[in-house]
Ligand binder design. Structure first.
Ligand SMILES: [Fe+2]
Length: 234
């Protein structure tokens, strides 16, 4: 039977992490049962084929005027466990605005909404597995996990690769953010090298003069170097 390689211990977050409060209620209390991969995990189902709009990967062009904040380019490759680019992977992102506020009824952080920023975008990877977004740098925001808890600036990513087990939901961080080492969600991943895989890299070659800084974020869907899931993998 063909199987995806299992991820090494410590490179993905555990179900329960003492410092990450909401895991106390959702972590399983019974030992897990490991199921073998079957053909239904290794192949489809895939996402639907609703067309990707021309500006879906440019979050600064969804309204008549540009949003407030620091314009950035976020680009990279989606790779499989053997380092090959994954073509036609659906990459969806969502994020807070520059003030750290989401357009969501559950977000009552007293920071301004931006009428020109929704904070959601999507793209398909090309034949080499490359994706690219233009957006604005999200702000840090408070959450109530513990006293004075602030999430580091981050962009949420959801990916659909070639099959159900190549689904990935994760978060991308920015280099040199002092909030990263304090974040219980990041620290839920025991392995330091795996945590670093969630931090994008500033890249001058992606940076466009007079326009926007560029950040590279490569994503590995499965295997030894897999990008950590924001919660345990299915
Ligand atoms: Fe978030």
């Amino acid at each position: 039977m063909i199987e995806y390689p299992r991820t090494p211990p410590g490179t993905q977050p555990g179900y329960g992490h003492e410092a990450y409060r909401s895991t106390h209620w959702r972590a399983p209390r019974q030992p897990l049962i490991s199921l073998p991969h079957t053909i239904s995990e290794l192949t489809g189902p895939l996402y639907g084929h609703s067309p990707i709009g021309e500006t879906d990967n440019d979050l600064t062009r969804h309204f008549a005027n540009p949003p407030q904040g620091e314009r950035i380019i976020v680009a990279g490759r989606v790779l499989d466990e053997d380092g090959r680019g994954v073509p036609n992977a659906l990459v969806e992102i969502w994020q807070a605005n520059a003030a750290g506020r989401y357009v969501h009824s559950g977000d009552n952080h007293p920071a301004p909404l931006d009428p020109n920023f929704l904070g959601a975008g999507r793209a398909l990877t090309d034949a080499g597995g490359n994706y690219r977004f233009t957006t604005i740098k999200p702000g840090a925001y408070p959450w109530r996990n513990h006293h004075n808890a602030w999430r580091p600036a981050h962009i949420h990513f959801s990916l659909f690769g070639s099959g159900l087990l190549s689904r990935l939901i994760t978060q991308m961080y920015f280099p040199n953010d002092p909030l990263i080492p304090l974040d219980p969600i990041v620290n839920g991943i025991p392995d330091d090298a795996a945590r670093q895989r969630l931090v994008s890299a500033f890249e001058l070659s992606l940076t466009q003069p007079e326009w926007a800084l560029g950040y590279r974020f490569d994503i590995v869907l499965r295997g030894r170097c897999a990008t950590p899931f924001e919660a345990p993998r299915p």
